[in-house]
Every structure is written in C-alpha cells, then in structure tokens.
Write a protein that binds this ligand. Sequence first.
Ligand code: HEM
Ligand SMILES: Nc1nc2c(c(=O)[nH]1)N[C@H]1C(S)=C(S)[C@@H](COP(=O)(O)O)O[C@H]1N2
Ligand SMILES: [Mo]
Length: 377
Amino acid sequence: MVRRAEPLTPSYVPRFKSRLHDERVAAWLGIWLGVAFTSAFVTGLISHFMQQPPGWLMWPSRPVNLYRVTQGLHVIGGLATIPLLLAKMWTVYPRLFQWPPVRSVGHAVERALIFVLVGAALFQVVTGLLNISYWYAFPFFFTSAHYWTAYILVGALVIHVVNKWPKVHRTVMKHPEDGLNRRGFLLGVAAASGTVAVTMVGEAFSPLAKVALLAPRRPGVGPQGVPVNRSAYAAGVSLAAANDPAWRLQVTGRVQRELSFSLEELQALPSHSARLPIACVEGWSAGATWQGIRLRDLLHMAGVAEDARVRLISMEVRGIFRTSWVSSRHWHDPLTLLALSVNGETLDLDHGFPCRLIAPNRPGVHQTKWVRQVIVV
Ligand code: HEM
Ligand SMILES: Nc1nc2c(c(=O)[nH]1)N[C@H]1C(S)=C(S)[C@@H](COP(=O)(O)O)O[C@H]1N2
Ligand SMILES: [Mo]
C-alpha cells in the first residue's frame, strides 16, 4: 500500500514511542468501554423508568431480584469501568498533539465529538462515584444531570464507533497474534477493573460481603442485619412519635370504607412473611425476611377498584422519599407487605417502625418507611 508522506511536524510536537499508545490497544479498550457504557445506559434507563414510569408502562413485580441485579450491574459495572476509561485516555492522549490538528471539516467535527465523548464519560463516572459516596459536591441535581448526560454520551459513542469501526476491524478482528507488552498492559487494565468489581460486588451479593472493601454499605451490617440508608434521626422521625399510643395507620381515598388501625390492631391481622431485598438506587442491596400484612388484604378490606393506584405517606415531614406510588400490579402481589418485623424482630426505628412497605422488584427509594397513610387514587 502506498502511503502519503506525513506532513512535517514542528519540533514542539512531542513524540511518543511506547507501543502501548497504538491503535490496537486503543481498539481493544474501546470495545470493552463500548460494552460497559451500553450496559450502563440500559441499566440506567431501567432505573429511570422504574422510578418515573410513563403512563403506558407498568413494571412487573417479578422476578423479585430484577432491580437488585440491574442496579448492582449499573453501579458496580460503572465503577469497574473507571480503570478502562483512564487506560484508554492514556493510550490515546498523544493524539492531542496530532499534526496537523485538523485535516478537514469532517475531521474537525469528528475530533470535537471525541471531546464531547470523553467529557460526558468522565462526567458520568465522577458524578456517579460522588453520589454513591454521599458527597454532593455538585451544584446541580444529580439524577437529572446524570440522566441527560447519558444520552449525550451514547449519542457521541455511536458516532465514534461508526467512525472507528474500519480501524477496529483492521486491527482487532484481522490480527489474532499480539505482542507481549500490549497483552500485558491490557491484562493489567482488566485486572484493575476486576479488582474494583470484586471489592464492590459484595454490597449486593452477600457471599462476597467480606471482601467488599470499597463498598459504602454491606449486607449484614446494620440494625437487624440490614443496612440503613437514611436513619430515623436524619429523617426527623422520633421514637416518641413512632411509639405514640395515638399512632394510627389510615387507609383513605377512593375506598368503600375508610380504615384506621392502631399498632395492636395491625398485629392482630393475618400475617405473612416474604424474603425480599432492599435494593438501593446506589447499587447496594441486602436480602431479609420481612413479616407483616399484605397490602392487598388491607385494600380488599377497604374495598377498592382492582386497577386502583395507591400512594403511601410517611410520618417523615420533609424529604423526597416521604411518599411513593404503588401500582396495581405491585399491590396485587402477595409478597407486597406492610412489614412490622424483619429477621424475626420488631422493626428497628431506623428500618421504619411501626410499619414500612416492602415489595418485590422495586427500587429502595420506593420502599417507604414509617408509613402512616395509604391513599387510594
Ligand atoms: C462510575 C460509574 C457510575 C455510577 C457510580 C453511577 C451511579 C448511578 C446511580 C447511583 C444512579 C441512580 C440515581 C437515582 O435514581 O437516584 C444512576 C442512574 C443512572 N445512570 Fe449512572 N452511574 C455511573 C455511570 C453511568 C454511565 C456511564 C451512564 C450512561 C451510559 C449512566 C447512566 C445512568 C442513567 C440513564 C441513570 C438513570 C437516571 C434517572 O433515574 O433519571 N450511568 N447512576
Ligand atoms: N420515609 C422514608 N422512607 C425511605 C427512605 C427515607 O429516607 N424516608 N429511604 C429509602 C431508601 S433510599 C432506601 S434504600 C430504603 C432503605 O431501607 P432501610 O434503611 O431499612 O435499609 O428505604 C427507603 N425508604
Ligand atoms: Mo436507596
């Protein structure tokens, strides 16, 4: 093949001799990152649409662990992507000094999009990492910024993949043999990524909880063996208020008869148990055995339409988690409980005493604690 002569490069443009800055390493890292970002996008959208379902969409309540798996994959997979992203940036950074910087309008656009791609990728992992570390250092609302940047990232990624596909095809698909130091570098990056994954995955997969050194929450660690996300103190719910003899659980709204129960009356109702996880949007999850009243039993006692939606209200006065919606699919599920106890003990105040929702395949933010009112709509 005849190559055009490279244009003369000015002397201030540095030269990079390492073979690790080559196309082949960049292509392999690119493939891995493409898979990782696609998985983050899909699982991220699942999380978004579980929390804000459009009118036509009703999530199934089974399998019970679905959200636990998708959100665990999102957060733990996302963190394992960081070493890949850093390695990729290091491999290709000599291109910043490429001469001439642009060859055509098309090339200029292509390069500009790479800056968008890198910026969006860094933004996603940095905001995600800060969010799960409870370090709200950014002045914007995490969820919206992270959500919209996902589309920018994926848009730029698709264009980038289309542009680079011939190169990937040439360097990766057609050359099965490889140099040792390239392979060693890629193995090292994969090992770094694997280490992050292994030291995180125990936050969702309890057999590995002991090695979850990087995880902010761990199954088994917390009152009654279940981690607590926001304590009663932080939510402004006092033991005195929860223990108040005047406390009632109310079932109101579009019902045939309004109901009101004291704690003793609730305890006297038929009780059921369910083995279900709390699966936090932050990626950690923990299974527990819950005991309490089926929400559907309460709603049938009150007399409601089969397709009614239900809104739960917490004793918590402020805070975005003080209410949540329960779809008809979810309240019909026999595993959906207003739990009074967990792992054989009366709920700890931090787990929502006197009464909290626990339902299958539902983000933790919607497992409302300290429920005091069930409103049928
Ligand atoms: C270190 C990497 C990452 C971490 C730790 C992380 C963390 C999180 C967390 C904690 C949430 C839940 C937000 C909430 O509902 O309150 C979330 C949602 C989401 N993430 Fe990520 N993320 C990471 C990377 C990514 C990447 C690379 C993408 C895009 C390809 C992405 C796209 C999304 C989307 C679309 C949502 C849904 C936002 C919503 O509910 O509106 N994330 N992420
Ligand atoms: N009223 C109320 N309910 C709440 C919360 C809250 O802050 N207030 N936190 C939610 C979140 S984010 C999670 S992950 C689960 C955690 O439940 P746990 O603290 O019992 O593990 O409760 C949910 N229910
Ligand atoms: Mo959560």
